[in-house]
Design a protein around this ligand. Structure first.
Ligand code: BES
Ligand code: MN
Ligand code: MN
Length: 460
């Protein structure tokens, strides 16, 4: 029994994850390049130890992809497990209660039986590692019911730009029936859910230039455009009074849900009071006429992620700055196309710039939205697996985040994905004090073997 196996090995399962969490594999920061490689090697060793064959570190133009497989019978179905060993930067460090790469266990209001605090604990080391431990169990007990392939990458948090080419060049190696991913959230431990879609992303950086140099704000102020004032106004103008995005054509491709689909989406329980309390906000915000689930699941957004310019040192400096900058992201929903939205943004941003400033729009990485089927064998297997271990049928929901490679799996490999995540939205992914419930970790390890079992059975 998997529950017994977990009970017997729980300390080791935690210690191994802790070892992985101690490696600061921050893909965005070149100073951590050696650690990212170290994390790849760690995964390689653990896949070998668990019983995988052909385990290899596949070099790319960026960080490597760790591959491993166990083919027990070519006539059986094959599950391709995807996850990532890289993590987001941990800054600002002073906002962490304990150091991000020294994992510790603490209770929280939501995780009353303990959560692991560390960068990457939930996203995605903790969730990815569950698959390796579940695989270990199936190998150890000779119960692996299908073929399994692992593809664990190190560049998810920076846009997965080398994974697309890797898939295109390794179609035979990656041949499978479905992709299984645990890198999303569920509603709560007592309310399991499965994401059936992810938003896409268009990310740009803008630069607004006023005068050719920083000026005395008294001598010139009032007569020369201040790029910070202008940029703030331009960004603010991109939402109207209903918090609708004002970029012409922005919503043209958006698929509106019909009444039935909207009702289904809102069937999932939502505790607005807990939501507001967790974030310490007095009210939610957003596009008029939509619920929170709709706003984060099926509606596109535009958010400023960072804004800077001028004097931010101590005290006051009276300066009219030459330049102002911002990073802006747009979350996309079906059928918006990342490059098209980036172009619409660029044209609009340039068109609303007043005389007296110059603007530059620099596109960053993007990704396409996806919707995954709820009537596939793989979805039904995931649903049944969660129902077995949680005692409740999981609710289909839409994830607000993005995993751009999921759309590529479909396009390049012809594979659909199942997003069987075990994290919680409140686990502070990308934030200070990221954590992952110990129960969530063990529940994941418990559930995964059932997925493989049911998937193999239903394929017969
Ligand atoms: N695991 C997240 C995505 C996620 C989290 C989806 C929670 C659904 C629920 C992933 O690691 C991530 O952070 N993706 C980035 C996109 C990437 C291009 C940097 C994101 O969503 O910002
Ligand atoms: Mn992730
Ligand atoms: Mn992430």
């Amino acid at each position: 029994m998997i529950t017994e196996y977990i009970e017997q090995n729980k300390d080791r399962f935690l210690n191994e994850l802790f070892d992985l969490l101690r490696i600061p594999s921050i893909s965005a920061d070149k100073n951590y390049a050696d650690d990212v490689i170290k994390a790849a090697n760690f995964i390689k060793e653990k896949l070998i130890a668990a019983g995988a064959d052909k385990v290899e570190i596949c070099e790319t133009a960026g960080y490597p992809i760790v591959y491993g497989e166990k083919i027990i019978d070519i006539n059986l179905p094959t599950v391709l497990v995807y996850g990532h060993y890289d993590v987001q930067p941990a800054v600002p460090l002073e906002l962490w209660d304990t150091p991000p790469f020294e994992p510790t266990i603490r209770n929280t209001e939501v995780h009353s039986t303990g959560a692991i605090f560390a960068r990457g604990s939930c996203d995605d080391k903790g969730q990815m590692y569950m698959h390796i431990k579940a695989f270990e169990y199936m190998m150890e007990t000779n119960t692996l019911p299908c073929n399994i392939k692992f593809m664990i990458e190190g560049e998810e948090e920076v846009g997965s730009s080398n994974l697309g080419p890797f898939c295109i060049n390794n179609k035979e190696k990656l041949k499978a029936d479905v992709v299984l991913i645990s890198d999303t959230s569920m509603i709560a431990l007592d309310t399991p859910s499965i994401d059936t879609g992810l938003r896409g992303l268009s990310y740009v950086e803008v630069e607004v230039t006023g005068p050719n140099r920083d000026l005395h704000s008294g001598v010139y102020g009032g007569a020369v455009a201040n790029p910070i004032n202008i940029l703030a106004k331009m960004i603010a103008s991109m939402h109207d009074e209903n918090n609708h995005i004002t970029i012409p054509g922005f919503y043209d491709a958006v698929i509106e849900l019909n009444e039935k689909e909207r009702a289904d989406l809102n069937l999932a329980p939502f505790d607005i009071k807990a939501y507001k309390k967790d974030l310490d906000i007095s009210d939610v915000w957003g596009e008029n006429g939509y619920t929170v689930y709709e706003k984060t699941g099926v509606r596109p957004t535009l958010d400023c992620n960072g804004i800077w310019g001028g004097y931010i040192g101590e005290g006051a400096k009276t300066v009219l700055p030459s330049k102002a900058y911002a990073k802006i992201s747009m979350r996309l929903v079906p059928n918006q196309v990342s490059d098209e939205i980036t172009n619409l943004f660029k044209n609009h941003f340039e068109s609303i710039a007043p005389a007296g400033v110059k603007v530059i729009v620099k596109p960053h990485h993007g990704g396409e939205p996806v919707v995954t089927p709820t009537n596939s064998i793989a979805y039904l297997a995931a649903s049944k697996a969660m129902e077995t271990t949680f005692g409740k049928k999981p609710i289909p929901t839409r994830g607000g985040g993005s995993i751009p490679i999921v759309a590529l799996f479909e396009k390049e490999l012809g594979l659909k994905s199942v997003l069987m995540g075990f994290g919680l939205d409140s686990d502070a992914l990308h934030s200070p004090n990221e954590h992952y419930g110990i129960q969530n970790y063990f529940k994941g390890i418990e559930t995964i073997p059932y997925f493989h079992k049911y998937f193999a059975e239903m394929n017969h």
